[in-house]
Ligand binder design. Structure first.
Ligand SMILES: CC/C=C\C/C=C\C/C=C\C/C=C\C/C=C\C/C=C\CCC(=O)SCCNC(=O)CCNC(=O)[C@H](O)C(C)(C)COP(=O)(O)OP(=O)(O)OC[C@H]1O[C@@H](n2cnc3c(N)ncnc32)[C@H](O)[C@@H]1OP(=O)(O)O
Ligand SMILES: CCCCCCCCCCCCCCCC(=O)OC[C@@H](O)COP(=O)(O)O
Length: 398
């Protein structure tokens, strides 16, 4: 291990990175809060300001991936679609199998110039995460409780609000609804079996309602669906801590552009369309497992310097006051002051670890792994015949 690599793997380095990220993030959150009056006077201006402020936060994580860990991100796509990426509004459908799949998604957003404006259908719990979750409020991110009866109106309304959004954005949908684990996979395949759907090997059974509501409500605004399938070379299982330790990963992303007009409007047909899409995605993953590559030519956009410049700016700005504080602390010689500082430092470290934990599949939710979370009583009563209901219940409990 070289000296630089050794340095990158040090906990102290990670703490400094987290310090810069959190303190700069909170400053930006505050600036975002200050845009509220602008919102009342000129909504589009407030949105444009918030896009740039959000970029200052998310691009720090992208810089960590691209410049610190030097992870390679390769794009497989057809050359005709390539010039359209970043120049139109699109719905992105991505597999949800890795701790850092969202970060790879962000990297492509950055390279196509839509990082600040990009959106996601995110679980409500993420809105409480400081910095990222708070930033998302001002970006008009669509949150869901993963309870359809509650989500159907709120999600549709939030999507409608995006119709006059002033800049191009990608709207990310993880149709699997939760991250892949063996247990969740087993359960979702039992659900697939009970619905007479073909089994998937590499994906959870997609949840179709969020996709349908998104497509319906973004019609006229988004023009395409980008079917994106992500994998990592050599069976790598990347983590955020790995990235922060300077570990270099190799991500491969296969993207197909599908015009939105080709997607059926009818809910049942749209659901069937999505199930078919996931069977195709599974096929691509199988090909990747066999050959180590996705179909189609490679057309990778290069990394851009802006996220690194932004990161260096915040590092320079925030390390000086931290150093000054440490010097003053040590020279104060007061045991009480030092004890308070140590306590604060420990609390901050725990907070940073909790934030990083949000990205870890091993600390993920139980959504999709319990029978009760899958069949709501209302839908149960209206949508399914009793024998099918019983069958699913037996399958999921079993
Ligand atoms: C050129 C480059 C291109 C691309 C680059 C790639 C990407 C970049 C793009 C943008 C980046 C932007 C931002 C990224 C940054 C950060 C993102 C970080 C994370 C946020 C992600 C999340 O939080 S994921 C979790 C939240 N999202 C979702 O859940 C979306 C999917 N879910 C749905 O659509 C759901 O339907 C719902 C949430 C709307 C409602 O959920 P609910 O559970 O209430 O209802 P469902 O109807 O889904 O469930 C019941 C039906 O499902 C059947 N069932 C039961 N058990 C299961 C099971 N285990 N698996 C599957 N299905 C199951 C059940 O039988 C019911 O069936 P019905 O037939 O009645 O529907
Ligand atoms: C410079 C680097 C400093 C890093 C500091 C820490 C940053 C923490 C950022 C937290 C971002 C959280 C995004 C998590 C995205 C995610 O993947 O969410 C999972 C959900 O989809 C599904 O959840 P689940 O049902 O639990 O699988």
């Amino acid at each position: 291990m070289g000296l630089v690599q050794l340095l990158k793997s040090q906990v102290l380095c990670h703490l400094i990175m987290c310090y810069v990220f959190v303190v700069s993030g909170l400053i930006i959150n505050l600036l975002q809060f200050c845009t509220l009056p602008v919102w009342l006077i000129n909504k589009q201006l407030a949105r444009r300001i918030n896009i740039r402020l959000a970029y200052c936060i998310s691009s720090q994580m992208v810089a960590t991936l691209e410049w610190w860990s030097e992870t390679e991100c390769t794009l497989y796509t057809d050359p005709e679609s390539f010039p359209l990426y970043g120049n139109e509004n699109a719905i992105v459908v991505l597999n949800h199998s890795y701790d850092i799949d969202f970060l790879c998604g962000w990297t492509f957003c950055e390279r196509f110039g839509v990082l600040g404006s990009s959106k996601v259908l995110a679980k409500k719990e993420l809105s409480y995460v400081p910095v990222i979750g708070w930033m998302w409020y001002f970006l008009e991110i669509v949150f869901c409780k993963r309870k359809w009866e509650e989500d159907r109106t709120t999600v549709a309304q939030s999507l409608q609000n995006l119709h006059d959004y002033p800049e191009n954005f990608w709207f990310l949908l993880y149709c699997e609804g939760t991250r892949f684990t063996r247990k969740k996979h087993q359960i979702s395949m039992k659900v697939a079996e009970s619905k007479g759907l073909p089994k998937l090997k590499y994906h959870l059974l997609p949840r179709t309602k969020g996709f349908w509501v998104t497509v319906q409500n973004l019609r006229g605004k988004a023009v395409a669906v980008y079917d994106a399938t992500l994998n990592f070379r050599n069976n790598e299982t990347p983590t955020l801590l790995g990235v922060m330790s300077g570990k270099k990963y190799h991500a491969d992303l296969y993207v197909r552009r599908i015009p939105l007009d080709l997607i059926p409007e009818d809910e049942a047909e749209c659901a069937a369309w999505l199930h078919k899409l996931y069977q195709e995605k599974d096929g691509f993953q199988e090909q990747y497992a066999q050959t180590g590559r996705f179909p189609g030519p490679v057309k990778s956009p290069p990394r851009r310097p802006w996220c690194l410049i932004n990161w260096l700016f915040w590092v320079c700005l925030l390390l000086y006051p931290l150093g000054l504080l440490l010097v003053q602390l040590i020279s104060s010689g007061s045991a009480l002051t030092i004890a308070v500082a140590v306590a604060l430092f420990s609390a901050a470290s725990l907070g940073f670890r909790w934030m990083i934990g949000q990205t870890e599949i091993s600390r993920g939710s139980s959504y999709g792994s319990k029978a009760q979370s899958q069949i709501s009583p209302v839908r149960d009563k209206n949508d399914q015949d009793p024998s099918l209901r019983l069958q699913i219940l037996i399958c999921t409990v079993g």
